[in-house]
Design a protein around this ligand. Sequence first.
Ligand SMILES: Cc1cc2nc3c(=O)[nH]c(=O)nc-3n(C[C@H](O)[C@H](O)[C@H](O)COP(=O)(O)O)c2cc1C
Length: 369
Amino acid sequence: MSITQALLQPIQVGDLQLKNRVWMAPMTRSRANNPENKVFDIHAKYYAQRASAGLIISEGSQISPKAVGYINTPGIYSEAQTEAWKQVTQAVHEAGGHIFIQLWHVGRMSHPDFHGGELPLSASATNPNSKSYTPQGFKDTVTAKEMTLEEIKQTIADFKNGAKNAMEAGFDGIEIHSSNGYLLHQFFNATSNHRTDEYGGSIENRAKILFEVIDAIKEVMPENRIGVRLNPSLHGVFGMTMDEETIPTFDYIVTKLNKYNLAYLHLSEPFTDVSEIPFAEPNIAERYRPLYKGTLVINSAFDQEKGNQIIEAGLADAVAFGKPFISNPDLVERFAENAPLSEWDQSTFYTPGEKGFTDYPSLKKEQVG
Ligand SMILES: Cc1cc2nc3c(=O)[nH]c(=O)nc-3n(C[C@H](O)[C@H](O)[C@H](O)COP(=O)(O)O)c2cc1C
C-alpha cells in the first residue's frame, strides 16, 4: 500500500517537520528575464504548484553580479530581488510547503560579456573549456582570473549577504551550491585549483573556502537551516576533471561537515558513467552514508522505486528529484497513487514564460480532462 512507501514518510530536519522525503532538486529555469534578474509572479505559481514536495530547493540564485554565468537566472543580492522573492515564499507557505534557496556563484563557468569585458573569477587562471549562455547566445568560456585574497573575502561576504536576504525574503533555509563544477567546486579539485596560498595545495586548504562560507552564513541564520550540496564524482562535465586527490578531498569535507549541525547534506550520484575511472567513486550514497552523521539527501536519476529502495536500505534519508518535478507538479501525489508520470520537454527547460514552466497539469486536472 502506498502509505508504507519510505519516500512518503515524514522527516524532521533541524526544527522543521517535513511532510515527506520527496524533495525537489534545484533547477535553473531561466525565467527571470528582466534587467534586475528578479523573479516574477509565474515563479510563485511554479513553486506553489510543487508545494507538496517535502522540501523545495530553488533554482540556483546568484549572490552577486560577479556570480552570474547564464542569462535570466534570478539573483538574491539586491533589495529588489529580495522583495520579489517574497511572493514565492509566501505562495509556497500558503500551499503548505517549505522552500530553501540555492546560493550560487558560477566562478569560471561564465563569460566576460556578463562582466563588462572583465574576466570571470575562479580559484586559479583556468578555462573549463565549456560554453557560457550569454545574452548573445552560447560562447566559448575563457581562461578565468585567479581570485585575490580580497576577492575571496568579498565572495564569502556575498554568500553571507545572500543568506541574510534569503531570511528576509521568508525562505525556510538556504543551500550552498558547492557542486556541479561551480566556484566552490573549482576550489576543491586540484585540477582547477593551482593556488600556492592558504586556499590551495593541501586538501584542507582547497576545502577551506566552503567552511569559511558556512561560518559566515551561520552569523545570519541558524545552522540547522543550512544545506550543502556536493557532487564528488563529477568528471568530464561542467569542465570538471577528477584526479587521485578528488575523492579524498570529499571524504575530508564530508567528515568535517559532521562538526556542524546542518539541515542536510545533499549528494549526487555520478552524472556520467565513471566505472572506468580508477580514482572515481561510483557509489556515492554507499561511501558517504557511513561518513556523514546528519540528514543525507541523495540525487540523480532516481525514480519512485529506486527512491524507496535507497531509503529502505538506510543509505539516504530523502531523495531529491529534478526533471520529474518539472513535468509532474504533483509528483508526491502520483507516487502515493502509483500513477504514471508525465514526460518532460527539454526544449522548454530554459525558455522564458509559462510554457514548459507552469503549464504541466496535475493528475487531477488530467483526469478532469
Ligand atoms: C533544467 C535543469 C536545471 C538545473 N539547474 C540546477 C541548479 O540550478 N543547481 C543545481 O545544483 N543543479 C541543477 N540541476 C541539476 C539537478 O538538480 C539534478 O542534479 C539533475 O537534474 C539530476 O537529477 P534528476 O535525474 O532527478 O533530474 C539542473 C538540472 C536540470 C535538468
